[in-house]
Design a protein around this ligand. Structure first.
Ligand SMILES: N[C@@H](CCC(=O)N[C@@H](CS)C(=O)NCC(=O)O)C(=O)O
Length: 210
């Protein structure tokens, strides 16, 4: 089956789907959409995905959008290893990141803050604030069921969302010491080949020449 992923190397929603594809052992082609150059707004791309976001996955004649929906589809179509998107606890952890932290720190939100005259330092403060508030909640939510990973001892959708968000947190120099469960799960997941191969540094356009 041919799978084509439209993505951007630093997009954390795309990073989630790259991890899921790797965990399922699925070969796929990647089509880069350069968000900084505004390629997501090109009419040709909008025709494919009217929302103008990455990721988008073309599979079996379908165009799938929204990273969590894509991971849920992959999990239903390729059940091993199970990523448990239908477990309410796993989904709650994933949504704490994907619905409550990530959208308000998205590129288009940061660009709009800049248009409103908000300076870089304040925008960075905004970014860190929402990560810290979200991580504090996530640490507490994960605590009763965390094991080696965020939910138990097997990788789930929750870790697929966590690792890209931790990458963003480090880029913005967030102090991660208050979140030991998140740090432990991130380290365990990041050590797996499927996660490592999806890392932005590994898939950056110039990665091969580094
Ligand atoms: N809820 C969507 C969010 C997708 C999303 O926010 N993608 C970002 C990159 S991480 C994007 O394409 N942004 C384009 C823009 O801000 O103009 C998902 O999970 O797929």
């Amino acid at each position: 089956m041919k799978l084509v992923l439209y993505d951007y190397y630093r997009s954390s929603a795309s990073y989630r789907v790259r991890i899921a594809l790797n965990l399922k052992g699925l070969e796929h082609d990647r089509v880069p959409v350069n968000l900084l150059e505004g390629e997501q707004k090109d009419p040709a791309y909008r025709e494919r995905n009217p929302q103008g976001f990455v990721p988008m996955l073309e599979a079996e004649g379908e165009r799938l959008t929204q990273s969590l929906a894509i991971v849920a589809w992959l999990d239903a179509r390729f059940p091993e290893p199970p990523l448990r998107p239908d477990d309410p606890h796993v989904l709650a952890l994933a949504l704490t990141i994907a619905a409550d932290i990530h959208p308000i720190n998205n590129l288009r939100v940061l660009k709009h803050l800049a248009r409103l005259g908000i300076d870089q330092e304040t925008r960075d403060d905004w970014y860190r604030h929402w990560i810290c508030e979200g991580f504090e909640a996530l640490e507490a939510l994960a605590s009763p069921r965390a094991g080696r990973f965020l939910f138990g001892d097997e990788v789930t959708l929750a870790d697929i969302c966590l690792v890209p968000q931790m990458y963003n947190a480090r880029r913005f120099e967030v102090d991660l010491a208050p979140y030991p469960i998140l740090v432990r799960a991130d380290a365990a997941a990041a050590a797996l080949d499927a996660f490592a191969a999806a890392h932005p540094d590994r898939v950056a356009p110039d990665a091969a020449t580094r």
